[in-house]
Write a protein that binds this ligand. Structure first.
Ligand code: BGC
Length: 280
């Protein structure tokens, strides 16, 4: 009984990764809406898939607390309405959403920085029914990585590209010669006796009241550990912390070059829009 299920899952993962490869090479449609659910804010914009540019404002509301699925979906509906007042959102525009957790078949399989109630539902079904449009979900860091490798700091980069998104948690996306390995979770890499994100995410830096210098020194130690295992050729930083890079870049060290994401904290929005266009 187990074998056919296993075979189906492998085929699905394979199809999805092949579709992602195709989207990186050539974007399929013109406009799509991208959402990014974060631990502190829910953001969205309409995206031009040919260029990766935002063609509406980047609308943002605070993530509801508790971040229950229906409450977050309602917040997304509010953002959708703000954007639709500003620009025309085509009725057939694909809608994508990056979520902080492992996402398979539209469901969250982990929920470190979002309410655990997400584990009980299909994220895609809940959000789609509240929004009244079909929504495609993926991991938020994978979304940011897609945007950066297609249009941004990782464009055309050979070898292993590692994107780390640093905010409430730490998310990761790993590409080998432009091919994304879905759902890697380096923020949960055990480091100094705990989940690394508990010590060195942006939120952890604020909670610990440490300077950018001390944070960057610790983050460099974390990168040194990661480099032993993955040997990236390029490291891209996105998420809330990437906006502050001038404050800590001089204290950051790694063997590979470290660059800020071209889209900074909007990379997840752009990548979610790209993803929706390729799978819908
Ligand atoms: C989650 C990841 C997510 C990251 C950044 C982590 O806590 O497990 O899936 O990418 O936060 O939001």
């Amino acid at each position: 009984m187990d074998e056919p299920a296993q075979a189906t899952q492998t085929a699905t993962a394979f199809d999805e990764e092949a579709a992602i490869d195709a989207a990186i090479a050539q974007p399929p449609r013109e406009l799509a809406l991208g959402f990014d659910i974060g631990g502190t804010g829910v953001k969205a914009a309409l995206v031009n898939l040919a260029t990766g540019e935002l063609v509406s404002q980047r609308a943002r509301v605070k993530t509801p607390s508790p971040s229950l699925p229906e409450a977050v979906a309602e917040a997304m509906k509010g953002i959708f309405e703000i954007i639709a007042k500003e620009v025309e959102v085509p009725a057939d525009a694909p809608v994508g959403c990056g979520i902080p957790g492992v996402v398979k078949n539209g469901r969250l399989l982990s929920a470190a920085n979002i309410d655990k109630a997400w584990l009980e539902v299909s994220a895609e079904e809940v959000i789609s029914s509240v929004l009244g449009r079909r929504v495609e979900c993926l991991n938020d860091a994978d979304a940011a990585g897609l945007a950066e490798v297609r249009f941004g700091a990782g464009r055309g980069a050979p070898g292993t590209v590692l994107l780390l998104t640093i905010g409430t948690g730490i998310g990761s996306a790993i590409f080998t010669d432009g091919h994304l390995v879905l759902n890697t979770e380096l923020g949960h890499f055990r480091w100094r006796g705990t989940d690394s994100e508990k010590r060195i995410s942006g939120a952890a830096r604020e909670r610990r009241h440490i300077s950018w210098r001390k944070w960057a020194t610790e983050f460099s130690d974390f990168l040194a550990e990661i480099e032993i295992w993955l040997n990236p050729d390029l490291i891209i930083l996105s998420g809330g912390v990437s906006k502050e890079m001038p404050k800590f870049a001089s204290f950051l060290k790694a063997r590979a070059p470290i660059v800020p994401a071209h889209f900074l904290n909007s990379a997840g929005i752009v990548g979610a829009a790209m993803y929706a266009a390729l799978v819908s």
